[in-house]
Design a protein around this ligand. Structure first.
Ligand SMILES: [Zn+2]
Length: 345
């Protein structure tokens, strides 16, 4: 067990080193040929003979032709966004095709790898994996709920014996919220969906950090729980406000999430090596899987066939992790309930 903890630590420190070196600007959108293509497309609405209906606007923002409803400001704005996104996508495809013919490797555009769109979905693999994760989180939550309320004995006031019930309910809601926005953001990313995705991710990681501390250190009385949670909630809230209203800083957000995520893996790793909990092996399994997932998020590579990149694989890795996590939660609920019932006898 201890040996495993050591190798985990080494992996994690590697992950952090890679992280610091891998946070750079994107090469693709700095390329002059791409820039010219984008400028021309925004004026003409066409890339290499292909024209986009979303770009049919005159210089004063009014549609050149088309029905009256196109003149509504909000709809117009939405279409303008679509025009920009179409231009970026098709200029990127054209530029990547040129690069490929010259034997070049794919480069990132606006912080993202060149993905192939499938039915207007930007990153189909990440969307599919996020949707599966969402379904699995829901399944895990429901089975946990049924177990506690219908299978285990309840206290005289009809509350479950398990002391972390409420915390896991909040966790489930935040996790489902995150996977939902993750799927939305990967289908179409612009500023709003990106902000929602980042905010949901920080909220989830921040809350699971609180939950990790409370569960691993057996914090059960209300006052101590507030003492642990208050500063972390304050920090996470400030960070979310910063991202939404000051600067949507990808690198900073990545660091904040990584530090909180890695700290959780460490705390669980230490807990699993000192506890005699019957389901501790599930925590080990989660930790090893979680560490590999962190490495995927950090050790970035371009998408295979324009579809499967490291980030999509990170999403895929989260599917078994969600399963293991809820399986541990159910075991923990059973273990704590039995312990409490034994104490009462
Ligand atoms: Zn993602």
């Amino acid at each position: 067990m201890n040996k495993m903890g050591g190798s985990n630590l080494i992996l994690l420190s590697f992950a952090l080193c890679f992280l610091v070196t891998s946070l750079g600007a994107s090469e693709g959108d700095a390329d002059p040929i791409y820039k010219v293509c984008l400028e021309e497309c925004e004026k003409s609405g066409c890339v290499g003979g292909k024209c986009f209906q979303h770009c049919n606007f005159s210089s004063d923002g009014k549609p050149i032709d088309g029905p009256w409803y196109l003149q509504e400001p909000l709809y117009q704005k939405w279409k303008q966004w679509d025009c920009g996104s179409d231009c970026r996508y098709h200029c990127m495809v054209a530029r990547e095709e040129e690069r490929r013919k010259l034997g070049g490797k794919p480069v990132k555009y606006h912080g993202k790898w060149p993905f192939k769109r499938v039915y207007a979905i930007q990153e189909p693999a990440a969307v599919a994996f996020s949707a599966i994760s969402l379904a699995l989180q829901f399944h895990g939550w429901i089975t946990f709920f049924i177990l506690l309320n219908y299978k285990f004995p309840l206290r005289p006031d009809k509350r479950p014996y398990y002391e972390y019930t409420g915390l896991w309910h909040i966790y489930a809601i935040l996790a489902m919220n995150f996977w939902f926005w993750s799927a939305v953001c990967h289908s179409r990313d612009f500023e709003l969906t990106e902000k929602l995705d980042y905010s949901a991710a920080v909220a989830l990681i921040g809350f699971s950090f609180i939950l990790t501390i409370l569960r691993a250190f057996n914090v059960r009385d209300e006052a101590s729980r507030v003492m642990v949670a208050a500063p972390l909630i304050a920090f996470v809230t400030t960070h979310i406000l910063y991202l939404n209203f000051y600067k949507l800083d990808y690198g900073l957000n990545m660091k904040v999430c990584m530090v909180m995520g890695v700290a959780q893996l460490l705390i669980w790793g230490i807990w699993a090596s000192v506890t005699s909990h019957p389901a501790r092996w599930k925590v080990w399994l989660f930790n090893v899987g979680g560490t590999l997932a962190v490495l995927l998020e950090v050790y970035d590579f371009p998408p295979y066939k324009g579809i499967l990149d490291a980030h999509a694989l990170w999403h895929a890795a989260n599917i078994p992790l969600a399963y293991v996590c809820w399986s541990f939660v159910r075991d923990d609920a059973e273990f704590r309930t039995l312990t409490l019932l034994k104490k009462m006898k």
